[in-house]
Design a protein around this ligand. Structure first.
Ligand code: HAM
Length: 423
């Protein structure tokens, strides 16, 4: 017996696939309206792509990356997130030479060696956007608008949009000194990781989940009060635009998000409906210096990512139902004898060629049990083929939801089947 899938991974099938496809289709509608184009990057990158961007004092880089040496001894890492690979691709292909801002989206699997829980996995899917090439507050509001509109389209109600500014590289430096001065006398109370963070990058202490560290950091000075005049003005513009758009938000002064690449605006969308599920459904922010840091031009950018699994786990629990796609009816062909398979084939071919899902029941069982099976499997119609139908070149169609029945001469009026399907 083979063992199950690796811890923290899952097979996605059945209802989850339907939910997933629904979320993706709604997101794609929005991406079209907001003019985002798709990009697909490799599942693994040179490790430095992540080390250099996410930051070596972050949880992701320190503990969660799937890093391995390939057969030539090169260090590669399965992508834990999508922003750094997109930035690497933009620079590699000089996409910034096109009209800016460049608006890209991706739907990709990510890998983080985390402690698995419901909604927290080692392989998970994100859909994300990156708007490369504008520092204007307008685009911050527009990116947040896409995120908010997606959850509106999915019919979520009790979500909270948290927003903060963590300043630019200049004002952050000053704040970090203030934070260091505040935390240094309390160093002994911090966990070993945070003691290291205090030296390397004290901002990361806000990400720590250890209770004692949370207590220590709780009353510390918050970056929001230390941002410079330009950053404050930028942030005020963002919130002003959000108000104009009718998007409600909460300013969360201790929100920092666990990536070193962020500057200025950061945000998260959380659900408080179900405490058992990881509550952050999506998050993002500006990364004005990342492209330059990677050796590209000085181009400010902003983006976000949404976790697909968390979103559909919650949709299912909140019973946010939906209608999929074109809503075409589906039929099951039931044979009274296996020798009618050839007869059924031309019928199935005709309906499938015309875009209708039509299956053949391979088992020869009583009509009653087959209809029950069709009902259980969400078919709308059964098409019965027995001796009489074959003799008269016809078929009997039963609408199993409306309990109506039709007999159709296959030779003369087969197109009528679509009228019945559409009824
Ligand atoms: P992030 O907050 O790490 O941001 O991830 C975004 C979303 O991915 C989370 O809100 C969550 O829904 C989902 N997610 C994260 N980790 C897991 C996990 N272990 N299992 C299941 N779902 C998870 C980023 O990744 C940034 N790259 C977002 C961004 C784009 N910032 C700028 N551009």
């Amino acid at each position: 017996m083979i063992t199950g899938s690796p811890r923290g991974t899952s097979d996605i099938f059945g209802q989850d696939i339907e939910y997933r496809n629904f979320i993706i289709s709604k997101a794609k509608e929005l991406f079209k309206i907001f003019n985002y184009r798709e990009i697909i990057t490799p599942a693994f990158e040179h490790t430095e792509v992540f080390d250099k961007s996410i930051g070596d004092s972050t949880d992701i880089v320190q503990k969660e990356m799937y890093t391995f040496l390939d057969k030539r001894g090169r260090s590669l890492t399965l992508r834990p997130e999508g922003t750094a690979p997109v930035v690497r691709a933009v620079i590699e292909h000089k996409m910034y030479a096109e009209n800016l801002p460049l608006k890209l989206y991706y739907i990709e699997n990510m890998f983080r060696y985390e402690r698995p829980q419901k909604g927290r996995m080692r392989e998970f899917w994100q859909l994300g956007v990156e708007a490369i090439g504008s520092g204007q507050a307008f685009i911050d509001a527009e990116v947040i608008w896409v995120l908010n509109a997606l959850f509106e389209k999915l019919r979520f109600k009790n979500l909270k949009l948290l927003i903060n500014s963590i300043g630019c590289t200049k004002c952050r430096k000053e704040y970090i000194q203030v934070l260091k001065n505040y935390l240094s006398p309390k160093k002994d109370k911090l966990c070993p990781d945070c003691q290291y963070r205090l030296e390397k990058n004290p901002l990361r202490i806000f990400d720590c989940k250890v209770d004692q560290c949370r207590q220590v950091i709780k009353d510390s000075p918050k970056i929001y009060s230390y941002i410079c005049v330009d950053c404050r003005q930028h942030f005020n513009q963002v919130t002003d635009f959000l108000k104009t758009l009718g998007i409600s938000f909460i300013i969360k002064e201790d929100l920092v998000r666990g990536f070193d690449y962020y500057t200025r605006t950061i945000f998260e969308i959380i659900s408080e409906d179900l405490k058992s599920v990881q509550n952050a459904l999506g998050g993002g922010g500006r990364y004005d210096k990342l492209i330059e840091q990677f050796g590209g031009p000085d181009i400010p950018s902003i983006g976000f990512a949404v976790g697909l699994e968390r979103t559909y786990i919650l949709m299912k629990q909140l019973k946010l139902n939906f209608v999929i796609g074109d809503n075409k009816k589906i039929a099951l062909v039931i044979l009274m004898d296996r020798s009618y398979q050839k007869y059924a084939l031309s019928l199935i071919k005709f309906t499938r060629d015309n875009g209708y899902a039509c299956d053949l029941s391979y088992e020869i069982k009583s009509i009653g049990s087959q209809i029950k099976w069709a009902e259980k499997n969400a078919y709308d119609f059964v098409i019965i083929i027995g001796e009489d139908e074959v003799k008269t070149d016809s078929c009997t169609i039963k609408d199993i939801k409306k309990f109506t029945q039709y007999k159709l001469s296959w030779k003369n009026e087969k197109e009528k089947i679509f009228k019945i399907f559409g009824s």
